[in-house]
Design a protein around this ligand. Structure first.
Ligand SMILES: Cc1cc2nc3c(=O)[nH]c(=O)nc-3n(C[C@H](O)[C@H](O)[C@H](O)COP(=O)(O)OP(=O)(O)OC[C@H]3O[C@@H](n4cnc5c(N)ncnc54)[C@H](O)[C@@H]3O)c2cc1C
Length: 456
């Protein structure tokens, strides 16, 4: 069988002709080992904390928080791009306290340790007759990390993950264990559902789940115009709908998930990591000729088959993201999203030939959580990415004003340049959050420099 990769290499080589110049990898960069004790997934954030700790019990965690000198920052899987974790104080991870605590078959509530990774809780929940309502596009993150930043999947009728929370428990700045839900400490509960680790270290969360379900996922290759034409109706028709546009190709694909009782199975799956490397290859060699690049990429896309996969829900949301990147994602009022997307495409393709990562577009239902970027509005989210070894700033600087013009709110975990007053204008309950924060942590023990700039 002819490998798609070789087809691309042949096409690119033919197009590039005699200008084909072998690329020399910056081996020294790739191999450089920096003695930095903490860094995030993409490498955009790093720090040298005085201490790093992973307590084995909640009592140990309480003791740690009560006695730690300086700032305490909780860390999950380090998959946020923004400076939420860096501190010269203490970084605390709950990686040693994870799993399912208890469940209620009647209500389909499950209490989970907040440090659990999403990928580790699907099976125990299924065994308990439950499943998460929705999931993001990877499952490496911790539950607490996801809830802290209003992590979301896609689905016009489904809220972000924080909307699944029924109650939670945290260790506050004094080291006390505090429970909250709609009836018990309701203000703290409202604030804590999306709280950036700024109120305390969350130990357990109680989630409203659903019965286990099977999803049929289907990806279909389409032109940019067709995707835009179909976007609104597909977002309504399918439980989960998103689409990707591949820069300089005029093409992309729609991706839908629907509940099914079809038998498990899958067509041959394209390796998405290999595909991103292909796009980089086309960028490296054809950057100077946008027309040729479009011709090559659209020819390749036309050879690709659509894909179908039927799997248990928790195995059918996530993909592996092995090619690292930095990301900016803004959440826009749903009715403005597609108009903004057109502008983003134009800006990208007229000013940034160096970009090759696809643009991702998703739909999320509005909610009433104080610091949720989906607060009181149904949303269309647009995400742009830049390869992790390349400077993301010029590209993001071009795109961010478009997102802001359309009243976008940035994802809490993804790169942006907004400051306290910008956020304050975007969040009607901002001051309520700040007030609750001040009450539970008057000395700012959970504030690193970034969060002090927002809430201090
Ligand atoms: C490859 C990749 C794919 C992604 N896909 C999606 C996606 O599909 N949808 C989406 O919305 N986002 C996505 N993200 C963003 C990601 O989901 C969020 O940034 C999320 O917060 C990361 O979780 P984490 O466990 O890595 O937490 P971290 O990044 O380590 O921490 C995030 C925040 O959570 C806080 N925190 C962690 N643990 C606790 C705790 N126990 N108590 C209190 N606070 C805590 C931290 O202090 C910090 O403020 C993606 C990121 C990457 C790198």
């Amino acid at each position: 069988m002819i490998k798609r990769r070789s087809v691309l290499a042949a096409l690119v080589a033919a197009a590039a002709g005699s200008q084909l110049v072998p690329r020399v990898l910056a081996a020294a960069d790739a191999a450089a080992v920096r003695p930095i004790p903490w860094r995030n997934w993409s490498g955009s954030q790093q720090c040298l904390p005085a201490a790093r700790s992973a307590p084995a019990t909640v009592a140990e965690l309480q003791e740690l928080i009560a006695s730690a000198k300086g700032t305490v920052r909780a860390v999950g899987a380090g998959h946020s791009f923004t400076p939420l974790v860096p501190t010269d104080g203490t970084i605390v991870s709950l990686s040693r306290i994870s799993g399912l605590v208890s469940h209620d078959s009647q209500t389909r509530h499950a209490t989970l340790w907040a440090g659990s990774r999403l990928g580790d809780i699907g099976q125990p929940l299924e065994d308990a007759g439950q499943a998460l309502v929705n999931m993001p596009d990877i499952d490496e993150q911790t539950l607490a990390g996801c809830l802290a930043t209003a992590t979301h999947g896609t689905g016009a009728g489904i809220g972000c993950m924080s909307t699944f929370i029924e109650g939670l428990q945290l260790v506050d700045a004094r080291g006390d264990l505090v429970d909250c839900d709609a009836n018990n400490n309701p203000e703290l509960f409202q604030a804590a559902k999306v709280s950036l680790g700024a109120l305390g270290v969350i130990t357990q969360v109680r989630l409203q789940n659903v019965a286990p379900y099977r999803l049929r996922r289907e990806t279909v290759w389409r032109s940019f115009e067709e995707m835009l034409e179909l976007a609104d109706s597909m977002a309504e028709q399918h439980r989960n709908f998103e689409f990707y546009y591949i820069p300089f190709s005029g093409m992309g694909f729609t991706d839908v998930h629907d509940i099914t009782d079809e038998p498990l199975g899958s067509t041959e799956k394209i390796d998405s990591n290999e595909s991103v490397q292909d796009l980089k290859l086309a960028r490296d060699w054809l950057q100077g000729s946008p027309k040729l690049r479009e011709l090559v990429l659209s020819s390749i896309v036309k050879t690709l088959d659509d894909e179908v996969m039927v799997e248990s829900s928790w195995k059918n949301y996530a993909s592996e993201r092995n090619v690292r990147f930095n990301e900016m994602e803004y959440h826009l009022p749903r009715e403005l999203g597609l108009q903004a997307l057109r502008e983003v495409r134009t800006a990208l393709e007229t000013q940034h030939p160096e970009v090759f990562f696809p643009i991702e577009v998703r739909f999320i239902k509005g909610d009433d959580i104080w610091l949720s970027p989906f607060h009181q509005r149904d949303t269309c989210s647009i995400a742009v990415h830049r390869y992790f070894e390349e400077d993301y700033k010029p590209y993001f600087k071009t795109i961010e004003p478009i997102f802001r013009k359309y009243e976008g709110r940035p994802h809490w975990g993804k790169l942006n340049t907004l400051q306290r007053e910008d956020f304050r204008k975007l969040y009607p309950r901002w001051d309520d959050f700040v007030e609750v924060r001040r009450t539970v942590d008057p000395n700012g023990r959970f504030l690193n420099p970034y969060l002090a700039g927002l809430f201090g």
